[in-house]
Design a protein around this ligand. Structure first.
Ligand SMILES: *[C@@H]1O[C@H](CO)[C@@H](O)[C@H](O)[C@H]1NC(C)=O
Ligand SMILES: *[C@@H]1O[C@H](CO)[C@@H](O)[C@H](O)[C@H]1NC(C)=O
Ligand SMILES: *[C@@H]1O[C@H](CO)[C@@H](O)[C@H](O)[C@H]1NC(C)=O
Ligand SMILES: *[C@@H]1O[C@H](CO)[C@@H](O)[C@H](O)[C@H]1NC(C)=O
Ligand SMILES: *[C@@H]1O[C@H](CO)[C@@H](O)[C@H](O)[C@H]1NC(C)=O
Ligand SMILES: *[C@@H]1O[C@H](CO)[C@@H](O)[C@H](O)[C@H]1NC(C)=O
Ligand SMILES: *[C@@H]1O[C@H](CO)[C@@H](O)[C@H](O)[C@H]1NC(C)=O
Ligand SMILES: *[C@@H]1O[C@H](CO)[C@@H](O)[C@H](O)[C@H]1NC(C)=O
Length: 369
């Protein structure tokens, strides 16, 4: 009798916490209705079936709070696993939230060249939107893509893809192309107070303007990067202006700073980029790598076209950039096309840890190559 009573009580309590105001998502099927009707949403311990998106396309000014464990089922598809869209929206991860992409089920050591893998987050937000406090575990491919956005701040995220590191994952099951934050065609974007363990660019800014990246810790990455030239015909898509990276730390991985223009792209420009107060250690290939001959090819295949002047890099400021690379790595590499690099001002740039030589075919003011 007592047990029955207890069971009834527990059911009653559960029902009352679940009932709340009808704005808590605990089942995948609830998402569409709740997102379209509520302005203050909770997402609580959810399983998202493979091949489906947790689509938080929120009403104007709405907020969503992510709690508990959100797990995404396995399916070979392009994603995204999570869509966050809206104007003036706030998305907050509560303490102990985990979004688990189950990347280890996809990783095959081939990244975007292997089985089809979903991107994790796609974000399109504006009008002072804020997305904060999310804990992202095991991205199958790119972790966070921000595109077509303006006036948006992302802060206090952790991206933990450490299980995909080559020396941690099972043989040939490591991960590649797990960019932390990719920013496309966006303006007035702030990325701050992030911790990223991954295997490709920690942050990669591709097009747009007025982007600030502040206080990011990167581990195992290909660096805090700029990568411009993804279009053959749109100058706008190949244009990046007014970007600042500050107060950040890069530990291990391929490059600390990587700026690249794509040799197989149409025309554009990179103008007014500042890196300031960056420290790094233990880089495996380059400390600072700036190249105007980049081509995206599978791992270990070589492509070294001559640098091209399709995307000039002007007004590149480096201030107080210090760090170390491993003994065989190149400290500073600059490969510009004739006349396509100008007005670079570098002060307090020192890279140690190696006897290897710098290699520069353009000399920034204030730097001894
Ligand atoms: C998310 O929902 C919005 C609004 O219903 C829809 O337009 C959009 O295509 C959906 N996106 C994804 C990735 O499912
Ligand atoms: C950004 O907008 C362009 C043009 O509408 C569209 O083709 C592209 O898919 C959008 N990007 C993302 C990641 O949503
Ligand atoms: C850039 O984003 C804006 C929305 O902010 C969109 O209207 C435009 O089509 C996008 N351009 C490209 C090249 O994707
Ligand atoms: C531009 O066109 C060339 C030749 O068709 C192609 O090889 C290359 O991949 C294209 N580049 C981009 C960025 O789409
Ligand atoms: C870059 O910043 C300058 C100075 O604030 C501003 O005048 C310019 O419009 C910005 N460029 C873009 C593309 O927003
Ligand atoms: C360069 O970009 C920064 C933001 O990163 C901005 O504050 C500054 O005004 C820009 N300078 C010029 C000359 O546009
Ligand atoms: C240089 O950058 C480091 C790392 O961000 C910082 O601790 C130091 O205070 C900076 N030095 C100066 C002179 O600003
Ligand atoms: C690339 O080379 C490394 C080191 O030799 C090797 O471990 C890795 O399996 C290779 N990757 C591919 C995709 O061949």
């Amino acid at each position: 009798m007592f047990e029955v009573l207890c069971a009834v009580l527990i059911l009653a309590v559960q029902a009352s916490t679940l009932r709340d105001d009808g704005c808590t998502i605990t089942e995948f099927e609830q998402i569409e209705d709740i997102v379209s009707s509520c302005s203050d949403i909770f997402v609580d311990d959810l399983v998202v079936p493979g091949g489906e998106t947790l689509n938080l396309t929120l009403k104007q000014g709405a907020s969503a709070t992510i709690r508990g464990q959100i797990t995404f089922g396995y399916t070979e598809w392009g994603g995204p696993l999570v869509q966050i869209s809206g104007s003036g929206i706030t998305v907050t991860g509560e303490t102990d939230n985990v979004l688990d992409g189950q990347g280890q089920l996809y990783w095959d050591g081939l990244g975007e060249w292997g089985v089809l893998k979903p991107n994790f987050f796609n974000i399109q937000a504006d009008a002072n939107s804020l997305i904060q406090g999310l804990y992202v575990l095991d991205c199958p491919l790119h972790c966070v893509v921000i595109a077509n956005s303006s006036d948006v701040t992302l802060k206090d995220w952790s991206i933990n893809n450490a299980a995909g590191d080559r020396d941690v994952a099972p043989l040939n099951k490591y991960s590649l192309n797990t960019d932390g934050f990719d920013i496309w065609n966006s303006t007035n974007v702030v990325i701050r107070d992030m911790v990223v363990f991954n295997q490709d660019d920690c942050v990669s800014v591709r097009s747009g303007s007025n982007v600030l990246v502040d206080n990011v810790f990167c581990h195992g990455s290909k660096g805090i990067s700029i990568s411009v030239g993804f279009s053959n015909d749109s100058i706008e898509s190949n244009t990046l202006e007014n970007v600042t990276f500050t107060n950040s730390v890069v530990v291990g991985g391929w490059n600390a700073i990587h700026i690249r223009t794509h040799a197989d792209s149409g025309e554009g420009i990179i103008n007014n980029v500042t890196y300031e107060n960056i420290v790094f250690s233990g880089l495996q290939e380059y400390g600072i790598n700036i190249q105007q001959n980049y081509v995206d090819v599978p791992e270990n295949s070589t492509s070294n076209p001559s640098p091209r002047d399709n995307i000039p890099i002007t007004n590149l400021i480096f201030n107080n950039i210090t760090g170390t690379v491993v003994p065989q790595a190149v400290p500073v590499y600059i490969n510009c096309a004739d006349g396509a690099c100008s007005d670079w001002h570098w002060h307090g740039v020192t890279v140690g840890g190696t006897e290897a030589m710098n290699s520069c075919n353009y000399l920034p003011e204030g730097f001894q190559c």
